[in-house]
Design a protein around this ligand. Sequence first.
Ligand code: ADP
Ligand code: MG
Length: 232
Amino acid sequence: MSEQVPLLELRRVFKTYPGAGEPAPVLNGVDLRVASGESLAIIGPSGCGKSTLLNIMGTLDAPTSGTVTFDGRDVVTLNDRERAEFRNRSIGFVFQFHHLLPQCTALENVLVPTLVNRQAKDARERGMHLLERVGLANRKDARPGELSGGECQRVAVARALINTPRILLADEPTGSLSREGALDLTKLLLELNQEERIALVAVTHSLEVAAMLGCIYELNGGALTARRGNAV
Ligand code: ADP
Ligand code: MG
């Protein structure tokens, strides 16, 4: 296992936001390897840099220094177009709030990422399959306003998977759900992680949610420590 190229690798990643006063690094030399198909949780106090880290893993933000490689390929130095294409194809995102388009149906929302750079030929079929998989086939024509918070988050998960990404990055995906809803959604994410061999990285406040994933890392003081599972 360990001799294989990791799916996603961060090496000596630093991030400093320019701002008032003396800038302190939010990320202070983070090293992280995510293998294909694994699941890991990132925990840590509010404001410690979890979203910053996830955004850098997903190429939504660039590190101040350090490298991010995907399948051994440097993704920091891609140009904007290449990076957007790579992200759309290889990475799925789920956030705390679903960010569904209110005027579109559940199925249309799931299909949004397919409108960018790929022919919509098989997309509808896969969209229906995913809605079925997240338990919402019978709500395909419902608009977000007609769905519960948990249902909207399931639509957002289906949307994140429509382009068959290699990794799903979830930033507090259960943060607006009830405890029961949070455990249900995490169970679903793990099933998809295993069935489709999509690596899953979830930032969470909930130790209960974190404990369901394969390993747990804690971010504190800009450094990442393995709390359980694979050593860094
Ligand atoms: P977490 O997700 O763990 O709550 P964040 O990654 O959102 O933490 O933020 C980490 C720190 O970086 C916080 O102090 C936050 O205020 C700061 N920060 C986040 N984004 C920006 C930004 N775009 N510009 C300046 N500071 C930021
Ligand atoms: Mg955050």
